[in-house]
Design a protein around this ligand. Sequence first.
Ligand code: NIG
Ligand code: FE
Length: 412
Amino acid sequence: MTTLITNIKELLQVRETSIAKVSGTEMAILPTLKNAYLILKDDLIQDYGLMENLPETNADLTIDATGRVILPTWCDSHTHIVYAGNREQEFVDRINGFSYEEIANRGGGILNSAKKLNETTEEEIYEQSKLRLEEVMHLGTGAVEIKSGYGLTIEGELKMLRVIQKLAQNYPIAIKATFLGAHAFPLHYKENKAGYIDEIITKMLPEIAQNKLADYVDAFCETGYFSVEETEKIMEAGIQYGLKPKIHVNQFNSIGGIQAGIKYNALSVDHLEIMNPEDIEALKNTETMPVALPSCSYFLSIPYTPAREMIKAGLPIALATDFNPGSTPSGNMNFVVATACIKMKMTPEEAINAATINGAYAMGISETHGSITKGKKANLILTKPVSSYYQIPYAFGSNLIESVFLEGKILK
Ligand code: NIG
Ligand code: FE
């Protein structure tokens, strides 16, 4: 099937040759074509160019995009979309003055979600999670990483990863699965942390690897959660089973998680709300993508990742949602891009690069996703009529998406 899209007001993130990521000053450059055409063949981008050079095309479907912008779909490289129930009560408790930490310390937080998850059937978790996946697809997300980490038991973790696998089989969206058994210590292991680490390494990881249920391994490296040493153990074991690390670091404290991630060649280090100059220095000249999660900062009222300092230091940045029931009950990448511009002072060009090609890098798919490049997946956002692409972050509360194309097909 051939689809021809004509009269595109501006086609964004056009990359003649495939690039892996953009860093530092390159982040400010968003290559575009004005008054463009785009041809899709089945699930791939076949061709694009200026309308004046439009070739004779035998299309099955022609779409006139006058006044509209097209960009690649968002690549959301950090989510916890698979969970059971919600944590609305904790949200109200925080409004009433309790901190995220206080709530976690009295058995709320991740352990609250783990309890709910272990009490819920796999089918029910799938039903709840698929609604969130469908929602984010309609919001323009075309690739998503999903973590386990609310099981914290072998059965619970496997259950979550099987739900992720089933979502990947049933939806036309690239899904990468991350094993996050090291999200929190279960209550019965509170006094025996080494015992839980041992369970992760000797019981969970082998089973997960054998069943090919995960692509990456994660740990929440944070005061009160997993120490740098424990995180290193988890990464080392994950690597032995072929899982590259992508880790939670520097959300509330800078304790050396970034350096540990770099040591183990992590694909990404995520959160980065609390960054000191040594953390920024450590990331220079590495292959590790720093990932910022501004809607988490927004929801918890914690600092935003210092994007300007990081870009000035020559680093790349990716943007993701962190969609989860506790710290970010939202999977809206449009809001993430707007918040990055408004609160982190990223320019629209930087934010769009961070949410497309750099997000693709942070989930290991930049060869197939994240830019308008011949041969890449035909995953597109077609906007409503807009004055310019600046509208995307500027009109932060509006839904400017007219349609989403996933693998060449319009999402119904
Ligand atoms: O990325 N920080 C660790 N994990 C999640 C939140 C988990 C939760 O509160 O349920 C995050 O913010
Ligand atoms: Fe997270």
